[in-house]
Design a protein around this ligand. Sequence first.
Ligand SMILES: Cc1cc2nc3c(=O)[nH]c(=O)nc-3n(C[C@H](O)[C@H](O)[C@H](O)COP(=O)(O)OP(=O)(O)OC[C@H]3O[C@@H](n4cnc5c(N)ncnc54)[C@H](O)[C@@H]3O)c2cc1C
Length: 379
Amino acid sequence: MEFKLTEEQEMLQEMAHDFAEKSVAPRAADIDKNGEFPQDLFDTMTEMGFTGLCIPEEYGGSGGDDIGKAIVVEEIAKKCASTAGTLSVHMVCPSILLKFGSEEQKKKYLPKLANGCLGAFALTEPGAGSDAGSARTTAILDEATGEYVINGTKCFITGGARAQYIALIALTQPEKKIKGMSCIIVEKGTPGFTIGKVEDKMGLHGSETAELVFDNCRVPKENLIGEEGKGFNYAMIALDGARIGIAAQAVGIAEGALEASIEYAHQRIQFGKPIAALQGIQWYLADMATKTEAAKWLTYYAAYRKSAGLPHTKEAAMAKLNASENARYVTNLALQIHGGYGYMRDYPIERMYRDAKITEIYEGTSEIHKVVISRALLK
Ligand SMILES: Cc1cc2nc3c(=O)[nH]c(=O)nc-3n(C[C@H](O)[C@H](O)[C@H](O)COP(=O)(O)OP(=O)(O)OC[C@H]3O[C@@H](n4cnc5c(N)ncnc54)[C@H](O)[C@@H]3O)c2cc1C
């Protein structure tokens, strides 16, 4: 066993760290305050090859493995959870195409998704969240025209308002329920597809979360990914990978909060000495660091298993469950260490505290992860 990054992973870590320090950190507070999608940062991530990670070079990507991808998301999340979240969720759409798409689809979409076009993944509906199998959006094949006609509403879709390509889960055979679900690529601007409400959220303000409305939206049947009726399976497999990304985001948030807390503890003087000299504060920091290190290695382990082609459903769920609960725990203590200043917008901690919460909810809630883990244990 070797607890060591490869040279390539170390290089990626350094690049992502530099980008986060120099380009992301100075923008993070404004992105949060103005609810601004950081298009320029997304463009830079494209130039740096981050949006094409895990997409092979033959399809215009930058290659690499899931550990490298997790490390990049983690480094960026230390400074801005929104930018990291956008990157992580963007990668779900190409991951589905790569695993289940035809050669023609890979050649058509992957170079674009790796090089500037944002991707989204649309599963959730107003009446179907954790119970995604009860989704009601339909995509019925019109044999006469060879098009799927899509009707329904998806909600809470990350990047949905500006994504060029959306991997949509819809019922192609409604009577078969889950077994009648398929995955279809929908392009921005297709007639009958409009953006509904863009959500006003507690945190993650730089990541747009939108409702997608389909009203007799027609897409060619060539947009079907893989086989009809396999969409729910594809979605669950994609979520296994996506959860590693959110675990990495949560690890990054916790690391960012820990770093800020150490710095603050050295600077803040009370009772004539830095609060870092108080054992109560030292113990907070020790707990935060220990739990975050554990969350990081569980996340890397899940990423390693995915990269190695090993089963990783349970490990991805464990990594995300643990890392997201830790991000909430660590940002809470970080805010406590900052005292009243932590509650103020002048410091990044209150943003990190708000941003951390989402990691316990999206790409499956903590409760659903416990269902996934216990199912694997008891099978
Ligand atoms: C900011 C944001 C971005 C998102 N991005 C995307 C996206 O890009 N694509 C997408 O498809 N979706 C996205 N989602 C949706 C997200 O995945 C869902 O919100 C999540 O899966 C929970 O569904 P729900 O909100 O309907 O909650 P519900 O399913 O209604 O859950 C409510 C509560 O009941 C609990 N619960 C439900 N079922 C069980 C069970 N079996 N056992 C125990 N407890 C249970 C839940 O854990 C939760 O505590 C996003 C959500 C948010 C908030």
